[in-house]
Design a protein around this ligand. Structure first.
Ligand SMILES: [Ca+2]
Ligand SMILES: [Ca+2]
Ligand SMILES: [Ca+2]
Length: 469
């Protein structure tokens, strides 16, 4: 019966899913046998499998692609396990323990410190793109701020004998003494070798291959949507206020207030220099970072930029306040822009400047251009900008000490839905079935901080930044 259902899924996934739904009352995906993988079980509606093959860290994505090719599950619902909270971590750890006991006997755990043991499988967390900036390989954000590193990890253990540790294993290990004490690593995470040891002078370990846990189900948090456009700082310097309003900022806001800057680097006067002043600065280094940072923030606020508002905001703030910042790599029109770690304001400014010049979709009134054939094809690859003019959103007062009045001004009578996330991408509130051309009150009970309001009407989407004081 199971085999029949699985074959049926491969032949006609939509009908099969409906049939399974009707049979079981729950939404089940790819629970049948998949050649080369063992079914571990389910956690919170997601199914988990373990690969029978053991692979190097650099080959995890290949295993995911292989699994996907053998099932009819959409590729955005198959990924190396992305563990978003303690409940999922405990559940997956217990599934692995049960699996290890069934397959290898004993208590299901490897000896403490036996990191290379195949009882400790790969999950989907990696810092291969930017060292020490761990992200989920399916692109979903760290929406619940969950990490479960073992004591002393991640350490990118390298020295003279490895090629780095950029992939993460889930430890299914017995307790072991560590730093003179005891440590229970069960369910904790360790960054582990990419490929192989360069030399075994200091460690006598051997191959570093492990099985991969595959997760099947919709991502717990939406992957970051990245645009492929950007307007120069010169555009923003001269743009109409409407262009700024669409991004959620005004030119009279202070640079230090918007970016939460505590060190002006003799370029920004705290509480005085406005965003417009920053755009008009001459010179390199922090001067250039100020103007490119404002342009990048405005581009991100309009939603067509390769980086999110939070990513630009964090990078600019960190460089001013601490002298260091990092950005993930992004791919724009098949070109990969390598972000990485920046320890110099001028380099970060130059990097942002490139992206601020990849092509501006806004006209001199601040409206999205949809008429020319080139921009139309570019826009089609990005997020839905084509119909951006179909409605407008504004929030007032903003910043606010109390709540915000959100005005949705649409030409369509179609109902809208709204979603508010905080600076870490956590969803704070969602509402649906909201009448267009009306005012919605939100945020009275929010804590002080930065929030992002997203309004969706049909296929159209707009974003606005709200600051609660
Ligand atoms: Ca998950
Ligand atoms: Ca690393
Ligand atoms: Ca490590």
């Amino acid at each position: 019966m199971v085999h029949f259902l699985f074959t049926f899924i491969k032949q006609n996934v939509r009908k099969a899913l409906v049939a399974l739904f009707l049979l079981s009352g729950t939404f089940i995906q790819a629970q049948g046998p998949v050649a080369g993988y063992d079914y571990l079980g389910a956690c919170n509606g997601h199914n988990y499998y373990i690969s029978q093959a053991f692979v190097f860290g650099i080959n995890i994505n290949g295993v995911v692609a292989d699994f996907q090719s053998k099932t009819a599950v959409p590729d955005d619902q198959v990924y190396a396990a992305a563990i978003v909270n303690a409940a999922e971590n405990t559940c997956v750890t217990n599934l692995m323990l049960a699996y290890n006991i069934a397959h290898y006997g004993g208590n299901g755990m490897s000896y403490g410190t036996d990191w290379r043991n195949f009882r400790n499988p790969w999950i989907g967390l990696t810092d291969a793109a930017v060292e020490n900036n761990f992200v989920w390989s399916n692109g979903q954000p760290n929406c619940e701020d969950f990490r479960n590193w073992n004591v002393g990890e991640p350490n990118n253990h390298a020295g003279t004998f490895s090629n780095g540790e950029d992939y993460t294993q889930l430890l299914v290990m017995m307790s072991y003494p560590y730093n003179g004490g005891t440590n229970d690593p069960l369910g904790k995470w360790n960054d582990w070798f990419n490929q192989f040891m360069i030399s075994q002078i200091n460690e006598n370990l051997g191959p570093t291959t492990l099985p991969v846990i595959i997760e099947v189900g919709p991502a717990d948090c939406a992957p970051v949507v990245r645009g492929n456009l950007g307007c120069s700082h010169g555009y923003w310097k001269n743009a109409k206020d409407a262009a700024w309003t669409g991004a959620g900022y005004s030119r009279t806001q202070t640079f230090s207030g918007v970016f939460n800057i505590t060190n002006g680097r003799s370029v920004i006067t705290l509480g005085v220099t406005t965003l417009q002043n920053a755009l008009e600065l001459g010179g390199g280094g922090y001067n250039n970072l100020a103007r490119q940072g404002v342009a990048g923030l405005l581009n991100a606020g309009r939603g067509f930029y390769p980086y999110t508002v939070a990513e630009v905001w964090t990078a600019v703030r960190n460089m001013f306040n601490t002298g260091a910042a990092s950005l993930p790599n992004v791919t724009v029109n098949a070109t990969t822009y390598v972000g990485g770690s920046f320890t110099d304001a001028g380099s970060l400014a130059t990097y942002l400047d490139q992206l601020n010049n990849i092509g501006c979709p806004l006209n001199n009134k601040g409206e999205v251009i949809t008429s020319s054939s080139t921009s139309a094809s570019v826009v089609a690859e990005g997020i839905s900008l084509i119909s951006e003019k179909s409605f407008a959103i504004s929030g007032y007062p903003n910043p606010s000490k109390a709540g915000f009045n959100v005005l949705i001004d649409g030409i369509s009578t179609e109902k809208s839905s709204i979603r508010i996330t905080d600076i870490n991408g956590r969803v704070i509130e969602q509402r649906s079935n909201i009448a267009s051309n009306g005012v919605v009150k939100i945020g009275n009970n929010y804590r002080a901080g930065i929030y992002y309001l997203e309004v969706m009407q049909g296929a159209n989407k707009k974003q606005l930044k709200l600051v609660k004081l």
